[in-house]
Structure formats: structure tokens, C-alpha cells
Design a protein around this ligand. Sequence first.
Ligand code: SAM
Length: 287
Amino acid sequence: MKTVSEILTLSTQYLEEKRVVRSRRMAEGLIAFVLGLKRIELYQQFDRPIVESEQERVRAGLKQLGKGCPLEYILGEIEFFQCRIQVDARALIPRPETEILVDHIVKRMQGFSHKTLWDLCTGTGCIGISLKKQFPSWSISLSDIAKDALELASFNARLNEAEVVCYEGDLLAPFAGKKADLIVCNPPYVASHEYFTLDSSVRDYEPKIALVGGSLGTEFYERLARELPEYLNPGARLFLEIGALQGSALKQIFSSPIWCKQELCFDWSGRERFFFLEMQQLSRVSS
Ligand SMILES: C[S@@+](CC[C@H](N)C(=O)[O-])C[C@H]1O[C@@H](n2cnc3c(N)ncnc32)[C@H](O)[C@@H]1O
């Protein structure tokens, strides 16, 4: 019978041969999942024998990883800002950058109660659900055009006992006649010609509708700049995740004077990944 240490080495070698990126990390994640351990615990139980049925499950997972399937889809669940988020092919896998976005919002909005927030393009619902856990008094709605993604978001809301409302529809269409104080949106922002340059594990497994944002990748931001003002209360704030090279385009897109504050923020590696806006207190939606 092989030990954790031996299976880890063999699994890493297999994934390296299949050119899987971060092969050691992937092997650790898979083996820890099969054994019901945390990754760190693998190193505390290096000599633990792995029985045949466990080896069989590791082998099956390795085959999927070898074909490019993201580890998260094999695990079926991730931790996102202290919430359990189920993930599957219905929605984009939440990225670490998006946790940074939530962290920015939490830090900026401490002490603000009873706000109305819409999480547009919600996917798994990770942003809106984690914010509801941080700000229980807020009224939070999640929306997405993809019915199956929204079903997953609803499931995740129940899983986390987060009382949010889910709407299906194109961007702001589900909110006709309503107004919000806060909007958060991580829309599709890959330019259509760049789609084919994405890693095959992204292209082959994650929904295209979650990735491509028109020919330049900025279609959703342009739509928000045009369509949002009539949906916002005076002084409303907008929190966007953006592509690493989209900062200057975003400044241009949101150059109307109704936005009295603009702020470009960075991820841990110093790339421009977030764009925050504040609407002026006096609503001049015609500007
Ligand atoms: C980049 S994913 C973001 C998912 C999630 N918010 C996250 O941060 O992990 C973009 C999401 O936008 C949704 N979407 C695409 N086109 C849309 C549209 N026209 N209106 C609303 N949602 C849309 C996709 O279904 C997908 O779930």
C-alpha cells in the first residue's frame, strides 16, 4: 500500500507530464479532498497509507485534471470570503481577485446599514452572498442572464443561509422601476478575439457567456455607464472588477460628471483590477 507521500509524488509527476500548471498544488488539493483532509494535514500525515478505494478516486481525479478540468469543478465546492460556494459547469469559478473586491467593499462600507445592493452578473452568487453575511441588514439582490447560473446562486444562498433575492434577466432589465444604493458587478470582460488565447482549461470547461464582453471586452461597462444612472439613488456607489489592462478605458467610459469620484484599485500583484465610482448626491441623470 502506498503512502500519502508516495501518492503525492506520483500524482505530481503524472500532472507534470500532462503539462498541468501548478501540478504539485493540484495534486495536493485532489489528494486532500479524497482523504477528507486539509492540504496542510497531508504533510502531517505523510506516512499514512492510502487504501485502494482512495487510490482509485485519486486516479479518477488525476485523469480529469490531466484533461484540463479545473480542480474546483472536481472538488465541487470552494471557500469564498468565509462562505461555502458550490461550483460546477453552470458558472464561472470565483477567482481570488473577486475576494479582494469583496474585501475592498467590506472595508469601505463598514458602519453603513440598510443599503440596497444589486450583484449584477452574479454567477455562483459568491459576491452578493458573502456581502449579505457581512452586512445582514442590507437588502441584496443577485441577477444573471443565465438561468442555470442563477439556480446555482440560489442554491448557494440557501447553503449559506443568506436571505437574498434572485432575478433572471439581461443586466438591469430585472430591476425596471427600482433603485439601488450600491451596485457590484464582475461582468464578462474578455475581448472576443482574446477568448481563443485563454487557457484551454478555461475555454473547455467554463461558460463562454461568463467570459466574453464584446469585441473589446468593455461592452458591459459601456452598457452600465449608459443604463445605470436611472437605477441609482443619489450618492450611489458602483464597484466593478475589470481586466488588468482596462483601467484607462474605464476612466473614459465613466467620464460623465454624474460620477463625482473615480478610483482605480489594485490586486496583490499590483495590477489594476477594480474600478470604483460614486455618483453625485444631486441626481442629474440626463448628463
Ligand atoms: C465573469 S462572470 C462573474 C460571476 C461572479 N460574479 C463571479 O465574480 O465569480 C460573469 C457572469 O455574467 C453573466 N452574464 C453574461 N451576460 C449577461 C447579461 N447580459 N446580463 C446579466 N448577466 C450576464 C454570466 O452568466 C456570468 O455568470
